[in-house]
Design a protein around this ligand. Structure first.
Ligand code: C2E
Ligand code: CA
Ligand code: CA
Ligand code: CA
Length: 286
């Protein structure tokens, strides 16, 4: 992907209608183009969701998936969030992206429900979405319009949203949770904030960041951190999801620690809804 970007950059600075001397300027040009294209992508349905299962480590069953956005770009192919999310954020378009993602995720949840295989869907919310006072009512209406239970939706937030207006963020989270929507703290352990928020914020789930899970097999201190984080979650009545489970050994280790859920390439990459459907059907058969 980095190579893609470098090629793209080279192409634009060679063949684009503007020629810039400095690398910085040509980078600016790419961002500008991407920004124009992004506006189109948002209105013309080029943003698609992939889904990654969260596997219950006790039973092996999948009841929950995480939605991850991709940009199906007309010429550059399928782009990952790190290639466009920061541009969305800087351009002030995060509000629209969140709206598009929530609509698609809830449409998909309604499809799974109608097919008799209901799944809960977790959607990632950027910190900038959690300053929007109208968010809880808007999401509530979107869920009701599809006849879904509010518990069908989980929202994954990172600790950084706490750096904004903590009281406002707490108010928004409380109103979401009062409706029955579940709240999950993403990238747990990497954030800037203290553990205090675990005491006074309305949350249901922690997602242990993959940077703790990767070194767990070789590194005893890393393993101790993982098992302690799981114990901490449980003592607070929260469920723990481990991210970045890439091997069977990591999976077994997490089962041993009593972790509740696992997500990662060992189980499934994020895939289209159709691919997930066949993966789930295969699992139900065996
Ligand atoms: P995240 O929420 O922490 O998502 C986990 C990332 O790890 C995903 O990358 C996923 O594909 C990847 N991953 C999953 N299993 C494994 C594994 O076993 N090994 C490794 N190495 N990676 C794994 P992705 O899809 O590129 O998303 C990156 C980030 O973009 C997400 O991190 C999230 O912060 C953000 N993002 C994704 N979709 C949305 C969205 O709809 N809205 C917002 N605001 N942000 C989003
Ligand atoms: Ca996430
Ligand atoms: Ca994460
Ligand atoms: Ca992350």
């Amino acid at each position: 992907r980095k190579a893609d970007m470098a090629m793209y950059k080279a192409k634009v600075s060679r063949g684009g209608h503007h020629v810039f001397d400095s690398d910085d300027d040509s980078h600016g040009e790419i961002r500008l183009r991407t920004l124009e294209e992004l506006r189109l992508a948002l209105t013309e349905g080029q943003l698609v969701l992939h889904y990654q299962p969260k596997v219950d480590l006790g039973t092996g069953v999948v009841c929950d998936v995480e939605a991850l956005v991709r940009w199906n770009h007309p010429t550059r192919g399928l782009l990952l969030p790190d290639q466009f999310i920061s541009i969305v954020e800087e351009a002030g378009l995060m509000h629209s992206l969140t709206q598009v993602v929530l609509n698609q995720a809830l449409d998909q949840a309604a499809v799974w429900q109608a097919q008799g295989h209901p799944l809960t869907i977790a959607v990632n919310l950027s910190a900038s979405s959690l300053v929007d006072i109208e968010l809880p009512d808007r999401i509530g209406a979107m869920i009701a319009a599809r006849g879904l239970a509010p518990s069908t939706l989980a929202l994954e937030i990172t600790e950084e949203f706490l750096l904004n207006d903590r009281d406002r963020a707490r108010g928004i989270l409380t109103r979401l949770r009062e409706q029955g929507i579940r709240i999950s703290v993403d990238d747990f352990g990497t954030g800037y904030s203290s553990l205090a928020y675990l005491r006074d914020l309305p949350i249901d789930e922690l997602k242990l960041d993959q940077s703790f899970v990767f070194p767990m097999a070789e590194n005893e201190r890393a393993a101790t951190l993982v098992s302690s984080a799981i114990a901490l979650a449980h003592s607070l009545g929260l469920r723990m999801v481990a991210e970045g489970v890439e091997t069977g050994a990591a999976y077994d280790q997490l089962v041993g620690y009593g972790c509740d859920f696992a997500q990662g390439f060992h189980l499934s990459e994020p895939v289209s809804a159709a691919t997930l459907d066949s993966w789930l059907a295969e699992r139900r058969r065996t």
